[in-house]
Design a protein around this ligand. Structure first.
Ligand SMILES: NC(=O)c1ccc[n+]([C@@H]2O[C@H](COP(=O)([O-])OP(=O)(O)OC[C@H]3O[C@@H](n4cnc5c(N)ncnc54)[C@H](OP(=O)(O)O)[C@@H]3O)[C@@H](O)[C@H]2O)c1
Length: 352
């Protein structure tokens, strides 16, 4: 009896020991994770000093993210040089900020225009160099099913979003190196998950890889590179009127064969889906994007990538990590299907 009791007591003691040991491991793991998270939050919130002595050039400041960022950095005391595509853009920006806001006309697809902007910025910044370059200028159209497009359509987007961005970066690098500055490149969730057809996704994938190479090469010179990956926001590039007008142009120039393969109702359904997805996904609060840009410029330790917007964080970016088959199914559910493929095949067989 006494022996039995001793065995039971030992069992209980063993169980208690196991639970305690298990909990201790759990407690230690949780404490370490909380500690690491706290360290990361503190590190992430440390800011740089002396913003009044720093110059930032932002491209595409006429409207949208660039325009808002220019206003906010100007208010913070940065020496902002806002590069606008049009004279009207420059004047409107000065009117809504102050005459001390510096502006310059810049077409990122025109080498001469870039050279002139470099000269202007070099004269403005003097021995300080350029602290920040925000490559923000961009366009989305033409965008649409791949077989609706020709090479000119691809060039129109790639020339601005990728080739223009690369040329601007290369030409400003000497000034950025001088200031041990920062490059902030605006990509997109569509640079992580390709859909929609046309040059847009291609250009943003290019921006992602160019930025990765640039970051690795420039780290030795103290130049940091960050990538902004916004989801969908209400701005010029998501303007439904512009997108619809361009889709009409693409649809109207298709050959009868291609039109038959897509079916009569396809175009209307495609427009409906565009409308529905833009209205569902597009966020009007564009400060979610400019906050990321500001962090990349003002944090002591800028992040490499910033996902901006709830749709980016919880839908598009996670989906980009999913197996291609899963992403294909999700995107197939979002887009309409061509309905005239059989009709078109039958017609082609008769023709043959
Ligand atoms: N809005 C979104 O949902 C979203 C999502 C992901 C990424 N982005 C990216 O964010 C960046 C800013 O776009 P946004 O959304 O703010 O749209 P936006 O208001 O249209 O801003 C883009 C600006 O770039 C200018 N631009 C166009 N072609 C140019 C050229 N050749 N040279 C210089 N500037 C030029 C545009 O001028 P004009 O208006 O006169 O053409 C416009 O002011 C773009 O790179 C875009 O791809 C936007």
């Amino acid at each position: 009896m006494l022996l039995q009791n001793e065995d039971r007591a030992e069992d209980i003691l063993q169980r208690v020991k196991e639970i305690w040991m298990g909990n201790t491991a759990l407690l230690a793991t949780t404490t370490s994770l909380v500690f690491l998270l706290l360290c990361w939050i503190i590190r992430d919130s440390i800011k740089i000093k002396n913003v009044h002595e720093k110059y930032v050039l932002i491209t595409g400041c006429d409207t949208g993210f660039g325009n808002l960022l220019a206003q906010r950095l100007h208010r913070k005391g940065f020496g902002v040089i806002a590069a606008c595509f049009t004279e009207k853009g420059c004047q409107e920006l000065i009117a809504c900020t102050s005459p001390s806001m510096k502006t310059v006309i810049l077409n990122v697809t025109n080498p001469k225009s870039i050279d002139e902007a470099v000269q202007f910025v070099a004269a403005e910044t003097g021995s300080k160099g350029l602290y920040g370059l925000v490559n923000n200028a961009g366009r989305a159209t033409p965008i649409g099913p791949t077989d609706w497009l020709d090479m000119e359509d691809f060039h129109r987007v790639l020339d601005v979003n990728l080739i223009g961005l690369i040329e601007v970066t290369l030409k400003f690098l000497p000034l950025l190196k001088k200031a041990k500055g920062r490059v902030v490149n605006v990509a997109s969730v569509m640079g992580r998950l390709a859909f929609g057809g046309g040059g847009y996704s291609l250009s943003k994938w290019g921006v992602e890889s160019f930025s990765d190479s640039l970051r690795r090469d420039m780290q030795h010179f103290g130049v940091r590179v960050s990538i902004i990956e916004p989801g969908f926001f209400k701005t010029g590039v998501t303007n439904l009127e512009v997108i619809e007008k361009d889709l009409n142009r693409l649809w109207n120039r298709l050959t009868p064969d291609v039109k038959t393969a897509y079916g009569e109702k396809y175009f209307d359904n495609y427009l409906k889906v565009q409308k529905l997805s833009m209205n569902t996904f597009c966020d009007a609060d564009i400060s979610k994007v400019t906050n990321c840009m500001e962090h990349a410029l003002t944090a002591r330790f800028p992040r490499t990538r910033y996902g901006a917007g709830w749709d980016a964080k919880f839908f598009w970016l996670p989906l980009s990590y999913a197996p291609a088959a899963v992403a294909d199914i999700m995107l197939k559910l979002l887009l309409p299907r061509p309905t005239g493929i059989k009709k078109s095949l039958a017609k082609n067989q008769i023709d043959v």
